[in-house]
Design a binder for this molecule. Structure first.
Ligand code: ADP
Length: 434
């Protein structure tokens, strides 16, 4: 039902009432008095309903408004309809919130809704069990006041929430939690914590297994290699068939030795997540030494190697890890570039980052393979890589070293034209040398 009240109808009703009073007053003989009495009665009637309305709005608990006739009845009806509509909407919203909360309770993860300044607004039961959040006592607290772990503080400070952060559970140190923060809506952040203890333990077991096996393989390999070399020293006494056999043995044992060595390096880099070993690395000195060594590696291929090194640019990091990463890139360029190629090594500032780059005019890499290069044991051309003594672990080592140093690897390559492998070091690890 729709009720319309126009100014015209108000004026006409008022005029009609006053006119009627005037006519009655005229017959009684006191027009003014009767008109005044009816005007005052009208006012009293309106004030009476105004008071009733205020009472109902502010004190009454029922949603049905007072009963009234005429215009005030219409007003009460309108208000009643509006309140009912509002209640219906509120019920629908409450049902939606309940659904969302039930959904969040059904999640296998601990879930918290935070404001954009990381204040806890709501959390599911799993959050109480995994994170020790008390309900409702901890509402209104900042999440980093309750999870006091340096890794988490650092994570919040860095503000890069694309990758998760790992911390032990505050109520059970045996549990490892993977934390993720996701902004949603305009001012809300969803905080998810998942128990990844099993995956973490499996990953640890895998690392330990690879490290132990590699370590155990080292001794028998050294013994076999020693014997093969001993026999080769008496090569002249062997007939050509056995000479070939022992040469092949020596090549294969050397390959295996290199593979085991690289597996050990990879395990060491993976296990070592401690930043305490970081120290000032005199990069110009380290790179000059590597360039010197590269000439020795380059004897067969005779590439033209140039080096453009900023003599005042150093970084803070782990010396042997950075050395291994740079050496890998240089030796790959030497190995994969056809003889008499051109290799440019450079160490310079690029914007606010320090940039180490190795550029070659070798065969290049097809775009579909570029993203897979840092996978363990990935080799573009297995037979060629085997000929160069490659194991497919070099760039995996580089990737882990760079992760450890919060540095980035960029690969620019054009199939048939050459490749450039670049390491970018963040400004916070750059140190100037005098
Ligand atoms: P490998 O021990 O086989 O060299 P890496 O992890 O160092 O293993 O490299 C992975 C693969 O990337 C190599 O097998 C090779 O196919 C390719 N690659 C690496 N560096 C270059 C380069 N400079 N030019 C062309 N291909 C390269």
């Amino acid at each position: 039902m729709y009720f319309r009240l126009s100014v015209k109808s108000i004026i006409s009703r008022l005029t009609l009432t006053l006119l009627l009073s005037a006519v009655v007053g005229f017959f009684i003989g006191n027009t003014f008095l009767i008109v005044a009495i009816s005007a005052v009665s009208l006012l009293i009637w309106h004030y009476h309903h105004l008071l009733k309305l205020i009472k109902w709005l502010w004190r009454s608990k029922t949603i049905s408004p007072p009963v009234a006739k005429g215009i005030w009845g219409r007003i009460y009806d309108g208000l009643y309809r509006r309140t009912r509509k509002h209640r219906k909407k509120q019920k629908a919203l409450n049902a939606k919130i309940r659904q969302f909360r039930d959904g969040a309770e059904a999640l296998p993860d601990a879930a918290l809704v935070l404001s954009d300044d990381l204040i806890i607004e709501w959390g599911n039961k799993k959050a109480q069990r995994l994170l020790g959040i008390r309900w409702p006592g901890d509402i209104g607290q900042r999440i980093d006041n309750l999870l006091r772990f340096p890794e988490f503080s650092q994570y919040i400070e860095n503000g890069n929430f694309d990758i998760p952060c790992h911390i032990p559970s505050p109520i059970n140190a045996d549990l490892i939690l993977e934390l993720r923060l996701m902004a949603y809506g305009s001012e809300q952040v969803l905080f998810l914590a998942r128990d990844v203890s099993k995956v973490h333990r499996l990953e640890e077991m895998r690392r330990d297994f690879v490290a132990n096996v590699s370590h155990e393989l080292k001794t028998p390999l050294t013994v076999v290699r020693g014997y093969v070399e001993m026999v080769q020293m008496t090569e002249h006494a062997l007939d050509p068939y056995w000479q070939k056999v022992f040469n092949t043995m020596e090549t294969q044992v050397s390959r295996m030795d290199r593979l085991v060595e690289q597996l050990l390096i990879l395990s060491r880099v993976e296990i070592n997540i401690d930043d305490d070993d970081k120290q000032l690395i005199d990069m110009p000195k380290l790179l000059h030494a590597l360039v010197e060594d590269s000439h020795w590696l380059n004897q067969d291929k005779n590439h033209h190697i140039t080096a453009d090194i900023d003599e005042h640019l150093a970084i803070e990091g782990i010396d042997n890890e950075i050395k291994s990463a740079c050496l890998n890139l240089i030796s790959n360029a030497i190995s994969y570039t056809q003889a008499n190629g051109k290799i440019d090594i450079s160490w310079q500032m690029d914007g606010n980052k320090a940039k180490f780059s190795v550029k070659d005019n070798g065969p290049g890499i097809r775009p579909e393979n570029v993203n897979r290069l840092t996978e363990r044991f990935f080799r573009v051309d297995k037979s060629r890589s085997r000929d160069t003594g490659g194991s497919g672990l070099g760039l995996a080592i580089v990737k882990h070293v760079l992760n450890h140093h919060h540095a980035e690897l960029a690969i620019n390559s054009q199939w048939g034209k050459g490749s450039e492998f670049i390491i970018y070091f963040e400004p916070n690890c750059i140190r100037p040398l005098p």
